[in-house]
Every structure is written in C-alpha cells, then in structure tokens.
Design a binder for this molecule. Structure first.
Ligand SMILES: NC(=O)c1ccc[n+]([C@@H]2O[C@H](COP(=O)([O-])OP(=O)(O)OC[C@H]3O[C@@H](n4cnc5c(N)ncnc54)[C@H](O)[C@@H]3O)[C@@H](O)[C@H]2O)c1
Ligand SMILES: O=C(O)C(=O)C[C@]1(C(=O)O)C=C[C@@H](O)C=C1
Length: 311
C-alpha cells in the first residue's frame, strides 16, 4: 500500500498535532510524506515521547508546551485519550488564534464535542473527526504513514459549523488517504458502540474469563490459543487508558447495545440447552454471509451503511 505523491503546494500553513502516539504520529508521518503543511508542529505531555518524535524527525517542530505548540496554528488535531481532550482544550484555549480549526481523532464524539466547546472560545472552529483505523499498539513508534489509506474517517460537525472549516477537515483526511463520511456525533457514537466499542468489551471480557477459569490453567490457555481465542487476545491487548475512556464517555450507547447483545446471547444459550440446532445453524449461516460480504467488497473500501435503515 502506498500513499499518493506529495502535493505540489502545501494545503495547510501550520498543522499542529497534540498527542504523539499511534494516531498522532501516523498523521505526522502521512502529512510529511504528502507535504500537506508548510510547517508541522508536535506536542505531547510526556517528555520522552517528545524526544522520540524529535529523533524520528516526523515533525518540523517539537514544542515544549501546549501554548507554544498552538501559536499561529491553522489546524490543531488533538490525538490524546478521550478523557484528556477537555484538559488539552482548556490548556490551549487562550493561545489559539481566532478562526483556527480545532479537530480531534477521539473514538467517541458526543463527549469530546462537549468538552471542546466548553473550553474553546467561540471564534475557534470546532470540527471533530474519527479515523476508523487503528491497531492494538500505542506510542510514536507504532504509527505508520499508510494507516488511514482507504479507511473511513467520520467527521461530526456540530450544527451550524462553519462550512469552510468542515471542508478543511474533510480535505485534510482525504489527503491523509481516508474516505470521509459526515454524520452527527450522536449517531456516530451509536454506530461505533456496535462496530467497535462493544466488540472490544467482549474481547476484554472473554480473555479475562479465560484467565480466571480455575479448571483451565493459564499455560493451557496460552498453549491452545491458536484459533478464535487468539484473535480476541489481539483486541484485548489494546491500550487500557484509551479504552477505559471510551467506555466512560460513551456509556449510554454502549449500555443500549450491550442490552441487545445480552438478550441475543441468552437466546443462544437457550437454543443450546434445548438442542435447537436449526436456530444455531440459521444464525451462523447469516453471520457467515455478513463476513463474506465484508471481504467481497473489501473492508477497506466498503461504504458501510452505518445502520441508516434503522432510522
Ligand atoms: N488506537 C486506535 O486504534 C485508535 C483509532 C482511532 C482513534 N483513536 C483515538 O485516538 C486517540 C489517541 O489514541 P492512540 O492510540 O494514538 O493513543 P496512544 O496511547 O498511542 O497516544 C496517546 C498520546 O497522548 C499523550 N497524552 C495523553 N494525555 C495528554 C495530554 N493531556 N496532553 C498531551 N499529550 C497527552 C500520551 O502521552 C500519548 O503519547 C484516542 O482518543 C483514541 O480514542 C485510537
Ligand atoms: O484494528 C484495531 O485494532 C482496532 O481496534 C481499530 C479500531 C476499531 O475498533 O476498528 C479501534 C478503535 C478506533 O476508534 C477505531 C478503530
């Protein structure tokens, strides 16, 4: 997979990335490869992370404070855990120039939009976004320039958002390689609860259950985890801070989806108890078709339906 060639002229003056882990460092790498900004500026709360980013040479400048980072910025992208977005917005608020755009990459949108709007002055354009692309790894060394290539990025502008600012964020993500879709923050949070948040919770739970089973030793779990369980362990290795914040900030949608999930699981339990093979067979046939259609259209380029038929 390769990125498109560099732009003939940078599309952004000063691009600032705050939080230099998997996502922030991937944005910097892709922006550097495609020469999207005249100047890219990086900041992270951890001095060791800032030093590593300077060593990697993926930003033009590494700032030593949030205030220094956002001075004269045109677009600022917050790539910190969802629970830290409010504190970062508060720290940069007095230093962001009027007319600048503040965006983010948080996995939850409603709570982040509220946090950003609470702290940032009204002259600053808030346009949240979420690249639906990632891995179970964290930190600046985990990032790579093609992470967003042919993946979806969901932009969730608040009502009345400045059209030019929304266009600028859309153009940024398109240039980073993503396909952009726009929806409300509320709808995003429901869609991602089913496609990402609850699946992660299930993975954390099943790996935790396996680890706690008294009659199966942990060495047996490791030894025989070549198949399905191994896939769950990859997801369950995802960053604890990030995922704690996701669940605490998308409580309503996660609880709603978990309710449905629990009902369906109990129905399966009943089908097994009463030996209702047809029920099991029908469900497994339906789910197999879903998997095959995802592969057929190519997960990376498929236009997901985002559940719109449910209204
Ligand atoms: N990992 C994924 O698969 C994925 C995918 C899409 C979106 N996201 C979202 O992207 C964001 C970042 O995730 P990541 O995987 O890059 O995390 P990460 O742990 O790799 O990096 C986060 C970085 O933020 C820094 N940070 C934390 N608090 C800070 C603060 N107050 N000020 C400045 N820096 C601070 C940390 O030091 C760390 O370097 C999260 O909001 C997450 O929900 C993650
Ligand atoms: O591929 C993975 O490891 C991911 O978990 C990526 C994933 C997802 O659930 O699809 C995780 C969280 C994000 O907000 C977006 C993408």
């Amino acid at each position: 997979m390769v990125l498109d060639p560099p732009l003939p002229r940078p599309m952004i003056g000063r691009l600032v990335v705050i939080g230099l882990g998997l996502i922030g460092s991937s944005i910097l790498r892709a922006a550097d490869a495609r020469r999207l900004a005249e100047v890219s500026v990086a900041y992270d709360a951890e001095p060791a992370v800032r030093a590593r980013v300077a060593e990697l040479g993926i930003a033009d400048e590494v700032a030593s404070s949030p205030a220094e980072a956002v001075k004269d910025a045109d677009i600022i992208v917050l790539c910190v855990p969802v629970g830290a977005m409010g504190a970062v917005a508060q720290a940069i608020a007095p230093h962001v120039k009027p007319g600048a755009i503040v965006s983010d990459v948080g996995s939850v949108k409603g709570a982040v939009l509220n946090a950003l709007r609470t702290h940032l002055p009204s002259g600053v354009h808030v346009v949240p976004a979420h690249p639906v692309a990632g891995t179970e790894y964290s930190g600046p060394d985990a990032g790579f320039a093609t992470l967003f290539k042919n993946r979806w990025c969901i932009v969730t502008p608040p009502e009345g958002a400045d059209a030019e600012a929304v266009q600028a964020v859309t153009a940024l993500w398109t240039a980073l390689g993503a396909n952009v879709e726009t929806m409300t923050a509320e709808h995003h949070d429901l869609v991602l609860a089913i496609t990402s948040h609850v699946p992660h919770l299930i993975a954390y739970n099943i790996v935790g259950t396996a680890a706690d089973l008294e009659k199966v030793t942990s060495s047996e779990v490791i030894k025989y985890s070549a198949g399905g369980f191994r896939d769950f362990t990859r997801i369950a290795a995802s960053d604890p801070t990030m995922w704690r914040d996701v669940f605490l900030n998308n409580r309503e949608a996660v609880i709603e989806v978990l309710g449905r999930f629990t009902e369906d699981l109990i129905a399966l339990q009943r089908a097994i108890r009463w030996e209702q093979g047809e029920t099991l067979f029908d469900l497994f046939t339906r789910t197999r078709a879903i998997r095959r259609s995802i592969i057929e259209i190519g997960q990376e380029t498929a236009a997901p339906d985002f559940g719109r038929e449910r209204g």
